[in-house]
Design a binder for this molecule. Structure first.
Ligand code: 164
Ligand code: MG
Length: 369
C-alpha cells in the first residue's frame, strides 16, 4: 500500500447534549484519529472509539494511544501491507485492545479503497444504497424530558428509538413511554446493569413488545444471557459481550441472543466485522450497527459496514447534528426521515476537514517510514 507516514491525533470535542447510561455521563468526547498517508499523498482515516474512562469496556483513550504508539503503529510500519486484511495477522500477538486496532485498520481500509478508487462500502461487499437509522437516547432525570426527546426524534423520522435503562429506571419508564407511544419501534439498552437475580424485572419488560433488550447482563457473559433468553420472549441483543467472530459463534451456538449489535471498534475492525456479518447471515441472526458517539470519521465507517445485506435493523448512526455543533467531515451525515444514503465516492466518501481536526486536537504524533 506504499505507506509513507502515520499520524495519531487525540481530540476533545464537546457534545451538544450530555449522554447518560447505566454507567455514567459523557459530555466531552475524548477520542483518537489515525491518518495513514501513502507516497502519492492520499490519506486514509480511522477513529479510535474508546472513551476517556474504562466504563463501557476496559479500553480507554490513553490506553489506545499507548497501544498504537508503542506497538501497533511500529508493527504496521515494519511491514509491507498489501491489503488491510493483513493487519489481523500483524496484530494477532497483541491481546485485546480492539478499539486501538480498529482505529489503525480502519484508516488502512479507507486508504486502500481510495487507492482502488472505490467506495469503502463496495470494497466491503455492501449492497444497500440506503440504510435506515434509529437513535439512542440517554437516561433523563425526569420522564417528561425523555418523552419530549422521543417526541422530537419520532417527528424527525428516526426508524427506531432506543432508551437506556438501569435498575430503578426501567419498568416504570418503559410503561410510561408505551403509554404515550404505543406503537413506535422501541428497544432498551441496559449496558450490563442487571444479573439473573433481576429476572422478574427483565420478565416484566417482556410485556411491552420491545424490539429487543440490549446487553442486560454482565459485559463478559454469554452463559447467563442464554438462560435469560429462554425465559423471555423479547429478543436479547448482545453488545459488550461480543469482541470477535469466536464470541459471536459461541453466543449463537448457546442461544445467548437473537440479535447482535455490531460495533466495528469493539470487534477490532472492519475485517472482523465482515466475518461476523457473514457468520450471522448464515445463522439467521440479524445485525445492526451500534454507535460510540463517533465523530464523522467513525460515523462514515459505520455507514459503510451497515450497507452490508444482513444489517437488517436500524442502527445507531444518527445525523452528525445529533451530536455536534459542527462535525469534522464534509458533507455532514444527514438522515432524512430516518434514512441515510450510502456515499459512493472513494473510501469513506466524506472529506475530513483538517482545520476542524486541528481545532480539537490536544495531542498529535507523527510516525515516518
Ligand atoms: O448514538 C450512538 O453513537 C450510540 C450511543 C450508545 O448507545 C452508546 C455509546 C457509547 C457507549 C454505550 O453507552 C452505548 C451503547 O451501549 O450502545
Ligand atoms: Mg449498547
Amino acid at each position: 500500500m506504499d505507506i509513507s507516514e502515520i499520524i495519531l491525533y487525540q481530540l476533545k470535542m464537546k457534545m451538544k447534549h450530555p449522554f447518560t447510561t447505566s454507567f455514567g455521563t459523557e459530555q466531552d468526547r475524548d477520542f483518537l484519529l489515525v491518518e495513514v498517508k501513502d507516497a502519492s499523498g492520499r490519506s486514509g482515516w480511522g477513529e479510535g472509539v474508546a472513551s476517556e474512562r474504562p466504563l463501557y469496556s476496559e479500553e480507554f483513550t490513553q490506553q489506545s494511544w499507548m497501544m498504537l504508539e508503542q506497538f501497533l503503529i511500529p508493527e504496521a510500519m515494519k511491514q509491507e501491507i498489501s491489503h488491510p486484511n493483513d493487519l489481523q495477522h500483524t496484530f494477532k500477538p497483541y491481546k485485546g485492545n480492539y478499539m486501538a486496532k480498529s482505529a489503525l485498520e480502519g484508516a488502512m481500509w479507507d486508504l486502500y479503497a481510495k487507492q482502488q478508487e472505490k467506495s469503502l462500502s463496495s470494497m466491503l461487499g455492501g449492497t444497500k444504497k440506503q440504510i435506515e437509522v434509529g437513535i439512542s437516547l440517554g437516561i433523563e432525570e425526569n420522564i417528561e424530558e425523555l418523552l419530549a426527546n422521543i417526541r422530537e426524534k419520532v417527528a424527525e423520522g428516526y426508524k427506531r428509538i432506543k432508551i437506556k435503562i438501569k435498575p430503578g429506571k426501567d419498568v416504570d419508564v418503559v410503561r410510561e413511554v408505551r403509554k404515550h407511544f404505543p406503537d413506535i419501534p422501541l428497544m432498551v439498552d441496559a449496558n450490563s446493569a442487571y444479573t439473573l437475580d433481576d429476572i422478574d424485572t427483565l420478565k416484566a419488560l417482556d410485556t411491552f413488545h420491545l424490539m429487543m433488550i440490549e446487553q442486560p447482563l454482565a459485559a463478559d457473559d454469554i452463559l447467563d444471557h442464554a438462560t435469560l433468553q429462554k425465559e423471555i420472549e423479547t429478543p436479547v441483543c448482545l453488545d459488550e459481550s461480543i469482541h470477535s467472530y469466536e464470541d459471536a459463534r459461541k453466543a449463537i451456538a448457546l442461544g445467548s441472543c437473537k440479535i447482535i449489535n455490531l460495533k466495528i471498534g469493539r470487534v477490532g475492525g472492519l475485517t472482523e466485522s465482515k466475518r461476523i456479518h457473514d457468520l450471522c447471515e448464515q445463522a439467521g441472526i440479524p445485525l445492526w450497527c451500534g454507535g460510540m458517539l463517533e465523530s464523522g470519521v467513525g460515523r462514515a465507517h459505520n455507514i459503510a459496514i451497515a450497507s452490508l445485506a444482513n444489517f437488517t435493523l436500524p442502527g445507531d448512526t444518527a445525523s452528525s447534528s445529533r451530536y455536534w455543533e459542527k462535525d469534522i467531515i464534509n458533507p455532514e451525515v444527514v438522515a432524512e426521515d430516518g434514512v441515510l444514503t450510502v456515499n459512493d465516492a472513494p473510501g469513506i466518501g466524506y472529506k475530513v476537514l483538517k482545520d476542524e481536526v486541528e481545532k480539537h486536537t490536544i495531542r498529535k504524533k507523527q510516525f515516518k517510514k
